[in-house]
Design a protein. Structure first.
Ligand code: SAM
Length: 187
């Protein structure tokens, strides 16, 4: 099992423009790209992978989306199609507990710290340029920022349970980091 948790500043309602994702507040284009990098292979879905996107943007944070590769069906991998699903999920009714919106797409009002606590017995790696290079253990949980780093307070919290991992000195896009991590785990 492979897990990714993204701390995103993405919007927490459905009022973003599918035709202009980068300008839609909280970089929904980036969110859609991370989902694509985490779950899609050429002609297939990574059934052993789950991705959590914790949205912390306006108007009512937090909202967490979970994309479970073992159950996802009939979703196209392009950014636009993924964003349309996000829009539909955010327009639905949901509360603090997980609600399965459709096969493999879940939503709740859980926070970043709630999601970390749900994984605190696992091997957690907090991705940061200034982390250490290390060998990955079984069933890794990778935690990443969006176009900015995870806020210091949240980073301090997650580092109680995990280690800071670097994949190099250069600052890469979150979606590129996810592709590299998937490749490392595949090897
Ligand atoms: C675009 S980077 C953030 C860039 C920059 N640190 C900032 O705050 O402006 C997004 C995320 O990708 C991950 N990341 C980027 N480059 C990395 C690297 N070389 N090693 C480990 N993680 C990296 C980190 O989790 C980071 O928060």
């Amino acid at each position: 099992m492979r897990t990714f948790i993204i701390y995103s500043r993405g919007r927490t309602d459905s009022r973003f423009n599918i035709e202009d994702l980068p300008s839609s507040g909280g970089r929904m284009d980036l969110v859609a790209r991370c989902i694509n990098s985490a779950l899609w292979l050429s002609h297939g879905i990574r059934r052993n992978t789950r991705l959590y996107i914790v949205l912390n943007g306006a108007p009512s944070p937090p909202v967490t989306l979970c994309f479970d590769g073992s159950k996802i069906k009939r979703i196209s991998p392009d950014e636009r199609s993924i964003a349309i699903w996000i829009k539909k999920v955010l327009a639905s009714d949901f509360g603090k507990e997980w609600k399965e919106f459709r096969n493999g797409i879940l939503v709740s009002r859980k926070s970043f710290q709630d999601i970390v606590k749900e994984h605190d017995k696992k091997n957690i790696y907090v991705l940061h340029e200034k982390g250490k290079k290390m060998k990955l253990k079984k069933d890794p949980v990778f935690v990443l920022g969006d176009n900015f780093d995870i806020p210091k307070k949240e980073e301090k919290f997650v580092l109680k349970y995990g280690k800071k991992l670097s994949i190099g000195e250069k600052s890469y896009l979150s979606s590129s980091c996810i592709s590299v991590l998937n490749w490392l785990c595949d090897k």
